[in-house]
Design a protein around this ligand. Sequence first.
Ligand SMILES: Cc1cc2nc3c(=O)[nH]c(=O)nc-3n(C[C@H](O)[C@H](O)[C@H](O)COP(=O)(O)OP(=O)(O)OC[C@H]3O[C@@H](n4cnc5c(N)ncnc54)[C@H](O)[C@@H]3O)c2cc1C
Length: 418
Amino acid sequence: MAREAFDAAVVGGGPVGGCCALALAAAGMRVALVGPRPAGPPAALAAGDAGYDLRVLALTRASERILARLGLWGEIAAGRHGRFRAMRVWDAASPAAVRFDADEVGEPALGWTVEQRCIVEALWRRLEAEAESGALALVPARVESLEPGSADDARLGLDGGGMLRARLVVAADGADSRVRELAGIAVRGGPYEQRAVVATLACERPHRLTAWQRFLPDGPIALLPLDDLHRVSIVWSTTPAHADALLEMEPEAFAGAVTEAAEARLGAMTLEGPRAAYALRHQHAAAYVEGRVALVGDAAHVIHPLAGQGFNLGLLDAAALAECAAAAWRAHGDPGAAAALARYQRWRRGENLAMGLLMEAFRSGFGARALPVRAARALVFAVADRCAPLRRALVRRAMGLEGDLPDLARVRCVEAAP
Ligand SMILES: Cc1cc2nc3c(=O)[nH]c(=O)nc-3n(C[C@H](O)[C@H](O)[C@H](O)COP(=O)(O)OP(=O)(O)OC[C@H]3O[C@@H](n4cnc5c(N)ncnc54)[C@H](O)[C@@H]3O)c2cc1C
């Protein structure tokens, strides 16, 4: 692999990087995907009683479309996945509540719930098939250095001593991106004093294809519906001390705590399998591009999981970058041209910043115990609950049916989910 030259090198084989590599290759570019195949979750985490992955992602309709256009949705939808037709959000500290419904916007679903490993497996099967047919190159190495090459490319140094050249370098190497650091791009933000506890639970009452989220003083608890009407995947964001306590509880006590936190809306809950916790942080790159490098996914932004948007935003980044790069490549053969990357940055940075700020406002607004803040949030809920046009606009935006979407997210596809 020494000194091979590519139109684009995508660093990071996670869900965002893999999809970005497929989108760039589909446009006809010579693409290398650099990075190890992501390991599955540890066996202990992978094999709960029901065998669900503890990492379940809520996907928007925009993500469904992008995954379909990349040829992945058919396999994902044929496997185990859930869907939600409604979303109920309510506040523990006031009577405030709001309900969003797919019927209101004339859609069959607000979104889908898919185990992360199902996405990664479908993605890597496709990447390997594409590599087999010569449409892209898989380079199972880690990037260790980045240097400007000649005037029109950049050079990536790999562990093991290899090197490759590319006109566009995509940093999709996650929240602690090495490529971002090598490109000298700073990040703003930091850790939240919160951890997210994840687990799979059986529920006494059916979830009714509804995603449930209750805002508690220490953070929100979300119950995501799985394929089985009596199973949910939870994400409970709370203080580190409380997260530790939740992980250490006996299974019955933990299930009792979840039942109580969800106000028993789904009846009594029973823990199925293991639990895990993730430290939460928020961060945003000061720039999305530098020279021939462009950041996508968690390398560019990490937001609170309360709205389940991190991967969805990363997929939109990947689709938007591929669109800008492909247009430049078709026009003059250079997908990493400064004008193309500047267009990408203008397009995605503002959108992601706005979403990050909104999540921050939700998180801090719901964490506040002061009476005026509680009154204000009750008012916001009441307005959203009573004002159908506002609710519809919010829903269409959150589903990715509106906004400045890349082409891959716009086109309705024949491969739609069952
Ligand atoms: C509790 C929780 C719940 C969440 N729920 C949702 C949800 O419901 N919906 C949603 O949309 N998002 C959700 N998210 C966010 C989502 O998980 C992430 O945004 C997404 O997984 C990021 O994908 P990525 O490909 O950008 O990064 P990663 O998955 O981190 O992938 C980065 C890849 O880069 C590779 N890499 C790293 N360094 C190098 C190097 N030097 N060279 C080569 N390769 C390298 C790594 O091996 C890895 O494979 C959630 C997050 C959390 C914590």
